[in-house]
Design a protein around this ligand. Structure first.
Ligand code: ZN
Ligand code: ZN
Length: 433
């Protein structure tokens, strides 16, 4: 209804009505099929080059904020395309923003790829394995870069059916560095502000050829927790003369699990993990200090706050019961990644159109991992969707961040096709005005 409120703060009510008209491709605003045919044939021609590029990026991984070589590859590729305006040097130096059809009057759409690798060894065993000791593309961001570059070229060469500008974001430091926030601070979502933003992430638990998405929360908030527990040292044989920080810390670790189990609604997921514990130095002395480090995960702002408060109280009070003092430092991480319902619907329609009805999973389970894509979604509505990269030949799934992970080249054309289909589906839903 006109004027009715909806969860898409930057969309106009009439746009939402148009976007909700299902199926969009059966309406007058159906994406142009002749352009789709051209995109498909050009995609087949481009695939060997794109595969080489993906393997080249894989062989030369760069950790967050140091993606200089990768950014130069991205810039060189984008500079060769027609109607593309580039901004470089964003987000600490390696961020790249390209806009296709800048100045076009219609609504702008943004597509994002992350470029960083992780500081883990590469054990994929392929000829294109990392040439950089201790650094590897084990989260598939090499594939993300290749998919978005492929789409940029195909959309630049086949702009028919695009109602407005298309913004391509290549960002640094997704893996803990909040590169997306830096991109926003440097104006990646301004002039013009996109109406919607989309990003894919490879997902080894879905087979190649499929995609998945869901509306609402898809990834968790990620707050870091550091707890210092201070006691008083003395001889191990006279514990009554000191305050045992190891004993207090042990009880704190156990008690913290009650933050999830007893302080918050069990219907909604939450995680408190203490992943690191360090204290004491010798076997025959009572330890004076213990440092605990962990992470707090939630999929709503309310639960996030409840868990933060519970962790603080439980740590302080439990330590006090043992005569120790706990100092709790909570470091905000990524917000909850929340998919806008209209953006998620756009992904579903694009997927069904580009891949087929049975290749689209509409209610993918929530992951308690985190994603800095959430920072973009605080500025514009968007959807973060999964690109299947699992194999169906019975070989065991290699999870993300495993040193054996390697983005499968078979998924490249699916990612490119989906980016293009999304851009065209968005234009069909939000025709230029
Ligand atoms: Zn990752
Ligand atoms: Zn990732």
């Amino acid at each position: 209804m006109p004027g009715k409120s909806h969860p898409c703060p930057l969309s106009r009510a009439e746009d939402v009505r148009r976007c909700d008209r299902r199926p969009a491709h059966e309406s007058q605003s159906m994406p142009d099929q002749s352009a789709e045919g051209a995109i498909e044939s050009q995609l087949s021609e481009m695939l060997p080059e794109l595969t080489r590029l993906r393997r080249d990026v894989h062989a030369h991984p760069e950790p967050g904020f140091r993606e200089r070589r990768t950014a130069n590859l991205v810039i060189a590729w984008l500079e060769s395309l027609p109607h593309m305006t580039l901004r470089t040097g964003l987000a600490g130096g390696t961020g790249v923003v390209a806009t296709l059809g800048e100045g076009k009057p219609g609504p702008c759409l943004a597509l994002r790829a992350d470029m960083d690798a992780l500081e883990v060894p590469d054990e994929c065993g392929q000829p294109h394995a990392s040439t950089v000791p201790g650094v590897a593309h084990v989260c598939g961001h090499d594939g993300h870069v290749a998919c978005l570059l492929g789409a940029a070229r195909l959309l630049a060469r086949n702009p028919e059916g695009l109602g407005g500008p298309v913004r391509f974001l290549f960002q640094p430091a997704e893996e803990g560095g909040a590169g997306a926030r830096r991109m926003c601070e440097d104006g990646a979502l301004e002039n013009p502000r996109p109406r919607m933003i989309f990003a894919l992430h490879c997902w080894p638990f879905l087979p190649v050829g499929t995609i998945g998405v869901r509306a609402g929360a898809v990834m968790a908030s990620t707050d870091a927790v550091n707890i210092e527990i201070r006691g008083q040292s003395c001889h191990a044989a006279t514990p009554q003369k000191g305050v045992d920080a190891v004993l207090a810390a042990s009880h704190v670790v156990v008690a913290l699990q009650s933050a999830v189990a007893r302080r918050t609604d069990p219907i909604e997921p939450g995680v408190v993990t203490i992943g690191s514990i360090h204290g004491g130095s010798v076997r025959n002395a009572i330890a004076a200090n213990v440092i605990l480090r962990g992470t707090i995960r939630a999929i709503s702002a309310a639960k996030r706050e409840q868990l933060r408060q519970a962790v603080r109280e439980i740590a302080v009070q439990t330590a006090r019961a043992f005569g120790a003092v706990a100092e709790v430092d909570l470091v905000p991480g990524y917000p909850v990644t929340v998919n806008d319902e209209h953006a998620a619907a756009c992904v579903l329609r694009a997927g069904r159109r580009a891949l087929g009805e049975d290749r689209v999973i509409a209610a993918l389970p929530v992951s308690m991992g985190g994603e800095d894509f959430a920072f973009y979604q605080q500025v514009v509505p968007g959807a973060f969707w999964r690109l299947g990269t699992g194999r169906e030949d019975g070989t065991p799934v290699v999870p993300l961040h495993s040193s054996a992970f390697d983005f499968p080249d078979e998924a490249l054309p699916i990612g490119v096709r989906m980016h293009c289909a999304l851009a065209r589906e968005f234009s069909a839903c939000y025709p230029g005005r």
